[in-house]
Design a protein. Structure first.
Length: 135
């Protein structure tokens, strides 16, 4: 028995297929989903969703959203997502370094709109880089 996984962004379906295991980046930590999992609704952070099919793992960069698990079906609704295999790792690393420098510029400063945007850009860049690397 397998799970049915659907990852849906506003503009497209990112993944629609079977999986043996799914690891979600919830806002409270990683959540592993196997067949027979209890019904669940959870908020997702920017991070990497990992999908196991047989012995192979696939990574998907997620940019926040929600996941619902019910009757061996996992539905993930996100603001944006990219398959790790479609991300240029070198470009993702450059974006990550730029985002890291940007957020370091706000160190010690009070919260501001610019600081929050820099933190969000850093989280997105970190998720894309991790998915590109398959971790």
């Amino acid at each position: 028995m397998t799970l049915t996984l659907r990852v849906l962004a506003p503009d497209r379906s990112v993944f629609d297929g079977d999986a043996d295991e799914v690891i979600l980046p919830s806002t409270t930590g990683q959540v592993g989903i196997l067949t027979g999992h209890v019904s669940l609704l959870t908020a997702l952070d920017s991070g990497v969703l990992r999908v196991r099919e047989g012995n192979s793992w696939q990574s998907i960069a997620l940019m926040g959203g929600f996941a619902e698990v019910q009757a061996n079906e996992v539905t993930v609704l996100v603001n944006a997502a990219e398959l790790g295999s479609s991300i240029d790792a070198a470009a993702a690393e450059k974006d990550f370094e730029a985002a890291q420098q940007s957020i370091n510029g706000f160190e010690g400063q009070a919260a501001s709109t610019e600081k929050v945007k820099a933190q969000q850009a850093f989280s997105r860049a970190r998720a894309r880089l991790a998915a590109a690397r398959g971790s």
